[in-house]
Every structure is written in C-alpha cells, then in structure tokens.
Design a protein around this ligand. Structure first.
Ligand SMILES: C[S@@+](CC[C@H](N)C(=O)[O-])C[C@H]1O[C@@H](n2cnc3c(N)ncnc32)[C@H](O)[C@@H]1O
Length: 406
C-alpha cells in the first residue's frame, strides 16, 4: 500500500488475469492499481484488499444458491412484478436465477435500445432480464470481480441469445472492480442506465463506485440501484464480521451518507423508489442486536451542469412498455397519462435531459390553467425507513397528484 501523489491510498494488486470479452489483451498482463477515494469504509484492521478477498470467497465459494443467504431482502421485491418483467424473468435459465443474490428490483422503465451496465452482475440474472428488455439494438455489460460468478454468467450467453430470438448476443460480462471501471476499459459518457443490485454495500469505497458511475454515464443517464441501509453507524467491530459484510449489512450506509456522497459527486438528489425492512436469520440477529436495516432502491440522475432548471408542468403521454397508464417515477411522484403535474426545477431538468423526454409534454407553469395537480406541495419522503414503515402498514406512498394547483 502506498500514498499516491494526490494523497489517495493506492493498492498495487498482484498480477490479475483479466479475461473480459471486450477488453484488449494488454489487460491480461497489466498490473492493476485501485485508487481509493479516502472514504474507505473498511476498518483499519480489514484493508480494502482483504475485504475483496473475503467477498470473493463468500460469493465464489461459500454460497451455492439463493437459499444460502441469511437475510430476507434478497428473496422478493416489495411490489408485484410488472408482467413484462415477469415474462423476461421466466425465460432465464434456472442455473442463473437460482444463484440470484440481489435485494431489490433494479429495473427502471423505458429501456428499449439502451446501453446498460450492471455493477456486480453475479450470476447475470438481472443482465439477462435487461438483455431482453433493451432488445437487439441495446447492450448490457455486467462487471464482477469474482471468477466463479463470471464463469457461470458467461456460460449462458448463447442460451439466452437464442431464447430471446436475437441474431447476436447483446450482453457481455467483464472482470473488474466497480471502484475502478477505467481499468476494465469502461469508457466515459457511454451508458444510458447503470443498475446494481445488492453490491455497492459490499464495496470498501462507495464514493469511488459512484464517482466512476457518474463518469461513465451519459448526460441524462441514471444509476438505479438496490442496496441495504442502516439506521445508525455500525461500530468497527461489527463491520469486521465477515458474514455481516458478506451479506451486505456490515458495509451499509445510512441514507444521509448516500445523499452526501451523491451531492459531492454532482448527481441530482437521490430519488427514493421503494423500501422494505430486512429480516435476518437467528445467527445474524444475535450479531446485529437492535440495529435495523432496510433494502431500498434509489435512482440518481446525471444532468449537465448547464441544464435549464425551471418549474413547469409535465404531462405523461404514455408509450412505455408496462407503464401504459401511469409512470411511478419514485415513491413520491406518479404521472397518470394525460394529467398535468406541476414539478420542481430539478425534476424538470431530469425529465428534459433523460430518455423520458419523448414521453412527456411540458407546459410553462405560469401559463397553465389551474387544473391538474402539484407535486410541489407534498412532503417528499427521502428516508427509506419512513417509507418501509409506511408500506409495511399498507400505505400507498406514491403521490398520485391530487392536491390541485398551488
Ligand atoms: C450480493 S451479490 C449480487 C449479485 C447480483 N447483482 C445479483 O443480484 O444476483 C454481489 C456480487 O458483487 C460482486 N462484487 C462485490 N464487490 C465488488 C467489487 N468491488 N467489484 C466488483 N464486483 C464486486 C461479487 O463478486 C458478487 O458477485
């Protein structure tokens, strides 16, 4: 370990064999250096490198299928699956879906033709589902650091290409660390959408992960990811627990930490999509005591710094597969087809810069008759514990826009 000239910690990893499908051969002999942002959440005793080795061991050797997980969040999404997603999932090979270790549904809307990246793709279940959704003209790349996971995911590329009726594969899996996508030859401003499912928690340097995600996203792109969050910071000795870290609990951020990191990097305010409490088995219960965890899905958009930010009214025109009548952008706002909703400056810049732009019409707020609804007078829920509590009590937290004009 050494200090780089810009003051970040650098770890010179031993020679790694990079067997990616799209990377140039020079990586196979390259010495790989990961630059940590200085926000490493691994404790002093457990270096980031040790964390990597333990996580690889956990997912590569110890777990053999979904049932081996010790937390409940990795089992089911908090809402019923939309039919088009269910249809895609049903076509995925059993060897892949039985080794799904995610903790949410990391699949946003309107993905046709998108170029996508999955951080920590594991067995590839989400990548294959997305492969079907983006279609032959789109592309999905999964990145993972664990050989066993990569080997399994790559084994079924031809199977799924044929199953989905594609002429050519539109998915590949590359080996690499999500903190250093550059080393895996992942280019700047290339991706429409990045997803990640229960992986960023496992990283010893979440800020580096999100900074890299920001670099490789196009303007208007987003990272849409499910992860676990904790109600208060864990003491160092609990972070040391291999099983807690391996299950994604030891490295969980508080939701406020996520918001701080996102703001530092330049993302828009994280938008909370859904959240649910996590239950753990007896073994973990004894370790975590009264710490509480939720699994939550957030979406973070990248809009250009000079994007115009003005309040306006947005009307959803429909046309997104699976969301023909309404689009629930997050837990706080739902657009019904044909209904004008008053939105704030940030959301207006997101909709106008992103792939959603063609699905909406926009009206200057000042010139509109007083009809439709306002998103602005509602209290925004950002805390996933608050949302999980509300949803567990059966509340519908989607703002359906019924507060009238402000
Ligand atoms: C909990 S599993 C989730 C896998 C997959 N997303 C899913 O939903 O089934 C975590 C995966 O992330 C990978 N992973 C963890 N930390 C990583 C890192 N820093 N860089 C690359 N891959 C990582 C592990 O190898 C493992 O395959």
């Amino acid at each position: 370990m050494s200090l780089c000239r810009w003051g970040k910690l650098c770890f010179n990893l031993p020679r790694l064999t990079w067997s990616t499908s799209h990377m140039a051969a020079h990586h196979s002999t390259a010495r790989h250096t990961i630059h940590f942002s200085g926000n490493s959440s691994a404790t002093e005793n457990s270096s980031p490198l040790k964390t990597y080795e333990e996580v690889k061991n956990y997912y590569g050797k110890q777990l053999s299928n979904t049932k081996d997980l010790k937390t409940s969040a990795c089992a089911a999404p908090s809402k019923p699956l939309p039919l088009h997603l269910k249809a895609a999932l049903d076509q995925i090979h059993e060897d892949i879906s039985s080794r799904y270790y995610g903790c949410g549904l990391s699949v946003p809307e309107s993905l046709e033709n998108c170029i996508m990246l999955d951080l920590g793709s594991g067995s590839g279940r989400d990548c294959y589902m997305l492969s079907k959704l983006v279609g032959q003209k789109g592309h999905v790349t999964g990145i993972d650091m664990t050989d066993e996971q990569l080997e399994l995911s790559r084994k079924y590329i031809v199977f799924h290409t044929e199953k989905f009726g594609f002429q050519l594969p539109n998915v590949d899996f590359v080996k690499g660390y999500i903190e250093d996508l550059k080393a895996a030859n992942i280019k700047d401003n290339r991706y429409d959408v990045i997803i990640s499912n229960c992986v960023i928690n496992l990283s010893p340097d979440k800020k580096a992960v999100l900074r890299e995600a920001y670099r490789v996203l196009k303007d208007g792109g987003e990272i849409y990811f499910s992860d676990m969050y904790i109600n208060k910071a864990l003491p160092a000795e609990l972070k040391e627990s291999k099983v807690l870290w391996g299950e994604g609990l030891g490295g969980a951020l508080t939701w406020k930490e996520l918001f701080d990191i996102a703001a530092d990097i330049g993302f828009c305010t994280p938008r909370l999509v859904t959240a649910r409490y996590i239950t753990v088995n007896e073994e973990l219960k004894n370790i975590i005591g009264d710490y509480k965890f939720v699994s939550a899905t957030f979406r973070l958009f990248k809009v250009p710094k000079d994007a115009v930010k003005v309040k306006c009214r947005a009307v959803y025109n429909g046309g997104i597969t699976g969301y023909e009548q309404k689009l629930e952008l997050d837990a706080n706002i739902t657009f019904k087809v044909g209904e004008a909703v008053e939105i704030d400056e940030e959301l207006s810049s997101i909709l106008k810069c992103s792939r959603f732009v063609d699905k909406f019409s926009f009206q200057e707020a000042g010139n509109m008759p007083c009809s439709g609804s306002s998103h602005l007078s509602k209290e925004t829920i950002r805390n996933p514990f608050e949302l999980a509590e509300a949803l567990s009590n059966g509340a519908q937290y989607s703002c359906s826009g019924d507060s009238g004009c402000s």
